[in-house]
Design a protein around this ligand. Structure first.
Ligand SMILES: [Ca+2]
Ligand SMILES: [Ca+2]
Length: 199
């Protein structure tokens, strides 16, 4: 404990480098971040599991409206609590080095709240609710109309749910997470604008 040298063996670092989009140096930086959330715990056990509310203290996640949902998707225990390996995976997938299709796959999982491999009306409502947060300016009718508008734009086969390929079509135009969230955001703003001119 308390040693300045790495908590990882050379072999472990090689493995992490192979399994993520990070270099060994970046793996160590990610571990420093993880450790800063609970220094005593992680100092004793480099892969200690941290509770969701601890992980959410990370500024990058605290500022992200999907922070909690991201932790749930990457948590190996599926409850949002994260080990370093869960955390590393999440950081790696959303790093600039990860390819767009890998990001899109994970954004889809994050948006798929009920885990049925489709983005249904309920999922998209939750996505919108995450985006607009506390200052909920929509009533139920607004929300319904907005969801209807989104499906009109991207539900190409008209089956009332967005498949991964329909979703990918949107994210192809805007490959990173922030941008695909931004697209939904633009759709929302466009709808708000339209709403003013609907009647
Ligand atoms: Ca779903
Ligand atoms: Ca569809």
């Amino acid at each position: 404990m308390g040693q300045k040298s790495s908590q990882f063996s050379a072999e472990e670092l090689n493995d992490y480098q192979d399994l993520t989009y990070f270099t060994k140096k970046e793996v160590l930086i990610a571990h420093e971040k993880f450790k800063s959330l609970a220094p005593e715990k992680v100092g004793h056990n480099k892969n200690a599991k941290l509770a969701l509310n601890k992980v959410l203290k990370l500024p990058e996640l605290a500022a992200n409206p999907f922070g909690e949902r991201m932790c749930q998707v990457f948590s190996s225990s599926q409850d949002g609590d994260c080990t370093f390996e869960d955390f590393l995976d999440m950081m790696s997938v959303f790093s600039s080095m990860a390819p767009a299709d890998v990001k899109a796959e994970h954004v889809f999982r994050i948006f798929d709240f009920d885990g049925d491999d489709m983005l249904g009306v309920g999922d998209i409502k939750k996505v919108i609710q995450c985006l607009i947060g506390e200052q909920n300016v929509f009533n139920d009718n607004d929300l319904k109309r907005l969801v209807h508008k989104i499906f009109e734009e991207v539900d190409f086969d008209d089956d009332g749910a967005l498949s991964f390929s329909e979703f990918e079509h949107v994210t192809d135009m805007c490959p990173d997470f922030v941008k695909s969230v931004y697209i939904f955001y633009c759709i929302i703003n466009a709808c708000l604008f339209l709403q003013d001119h609907w009647f």
